[in-house]
Ligand binder design. Structure first.
Ligand code: AMP
Ligand code: MG
Length: 421
């Protein structure tokens, strides 16, 4: 049985946890909670591999011909001059090996993918050969082994070609097919409850009462969870009432994880954190990041609770940086570490030390040395359109206090967080 994903070792400073520490804690504690199943290859795309895949065979399984042309034994060639080789009767094609031994000093018509004929070790492309009646003339300077693909050059029999925890991309499924597997063992999708909280929230498309706000977070988070391959249980919008939140949390506790947005701080109408404290265990709820507070991690029995902030930009950024790796790991995937790269800043700013900051950012100029990264100016954490204008996030470390124009900063494209259209 999978073990509980988080445990008591979460004891920590109850105030702001440095981002790196929060991530390290989560990474160390979170274990897969999902069972495995075996699926045919066609259903394996985008699933997470639950056991390593070894090749059943050498791939290719035999030496074979890489181009359409003529095969021959290299040592029948004259070193410095063109060599005329008589053509043997017949040919070799993909799926149709040449049944005989090719006589030394003869050439054979061969097509791409044909098993290398016995007696030949090199192939010349038809465009490079002149055919003269029932012979071919091979120019000087051909390399021994030319245009021959060696058995096992792609995979060796028994070699592990795909590792557990890999989210299967199309090429990975292709490798499994090539290795001889018709099915793969994958993890079952993580079952995740999705909850928006707030008395002001309304369903998009419905009339909006005075003081109302459309629920944007659930729309974004639904897409992000779909992108992770989760089985989503949409609990909808919950009012700011302790009993409603408690009830939903108890239902969610049957699942693997619950992602909420809003109501996660210590205000009068913030019931998420209190519900987790009452019904389960709250591990931490404040991380030293901007935008970020409040961001809560806890558990209800075996269900991991992730309480995101209500402000839409903060909710999305916290999801990408903190919730996403946790959900991936709970679902059996390898902990994803987004790769950033250094790009000169097209802006200058001062920054408070002691917390990590994520700026919405856009690449400008380039490609090449003119590439810079610009900051999206409208930076309020409720301004969701700023995320639409952005290509990714700039990550500023805790100790940074200022950025000068032209200084290298770390830019992480959205694709590194799995955000694609
Ligand atoms: P909260 O964290 O509940 O105090 O919410 C902070 C801000 O985010 C408030 O202005 C909320 O109206 C807004 N907010 C919370 N949840 C959502 C949501 N699902 N969609 C859009 N805005 C939200
Ligand atoms: Mg609220």
């Amino acid at each position: 049985m999978p073990s509980a994903p988080l445990d008591d070792c979460f004891a920590h400073d109850p105030e702001r946890l440095p981002a790196a520490e929060a991530l390290a804690l989560l990474r160390a504690r979170v274990r897969p909670v999902v069972l495995r199943e075996t699926v045919p290859l066609a259903q394996a795309h985008s699933r997470i591999l639950a056991s390593p895949v070894a090749s059943d065979r050498d791939v290719p399984g035999f030496d074979n011909v890489a181009v359409d042309g003529f095969a021959f034994a290299h040592d029948a060639l004259m070193p410095a001059r063109p060599t005329r080789l008589p053509l043997a009767a017949g040919r070799a094609a993909a799926g149709h090996p040449f049944a005989e031994q090719l006589a030394h000093g003869m050439a054979l018509r061969v097509l791409t993918g044909a098993p290398m004929p016995d007696g030949a070790d090199s192939v010349l492309m038809q465009e490079d050969v002149s055919v003269e009646g029932d012979a071919v003339v091979i120019p000087a300077g051909v390399r021994r082994g030319a245009n021959r693909r060696k058995a096992g050059e792609d995979m060796r029999r028994g070699q592990i070609v795909l590792q557990t925890g890999l989210r299967l991309r199309p090429q990975d499924v292709g490798v499994a097919a090539s290795a001889g597997h018709g099915t793969l063992e994958v993890f079952r999708p993580l079952r995740v409850a999705l909850i928006s909280t707030g008395d002001e929230l309304c369903e998009p498309g419905e009339p909006l009462p005075p003081g109302g706000t459309y629920d944007a977070n659930r729309a974004v988070l639904l897409g992000l969870l779909q992108g992770l391959g989760c089985e989503i249980h949409d609990f909808g919008i919950l009012p700011d009432r302790a009993d409603a939140i408690d009830q939903a949390m108890l239902r969610a506790a049957e699942l693997d994880a619950v992602v909420t947005s809003g109501g996660a701080s210590r205000g009068d109408e913030d019931h998420v954190v209190r519900a987790v404290e009452r019904l389960g265990k709250l591990h931490f709820w404040q991380i030293a990041v901007k935008p970020g507070r409040p961001l809560a991690f806890g558990q209800l029995g075996r269900c991991t609770v992730i309480g995101l902030p209500g402000n839409p930009v903060a909710a999305v950024i916290c999801f990408l940086r903190f919730a996403r790796p946790v959900l991936v790991a709970l679902g059996g995937g390898r902990w994803p570490e987004p790769h950033g790269f250094a790009v000169p800043a097209d802006f200058a700013m001062a920054k408070k030390p002691g917390r990590r900051e994520y700026l919405r950012a856009r690449l400008v100029g380039g490609p090449g040395p003119d590439l810079t990264v610009a900051r999206i100016e409208r930076e309020g954490s409720g301004i969701l359109t700023s995320l639409t204008e952005a290509d990714g996030l700039v990550e500023l470390a805790e100790d940074v206090t200022r950025v000068g124009r032209g200084d290298p900063v770390t830019f992480v494209p959205f694709s590194e967080f799995g955000v694609v259209g």
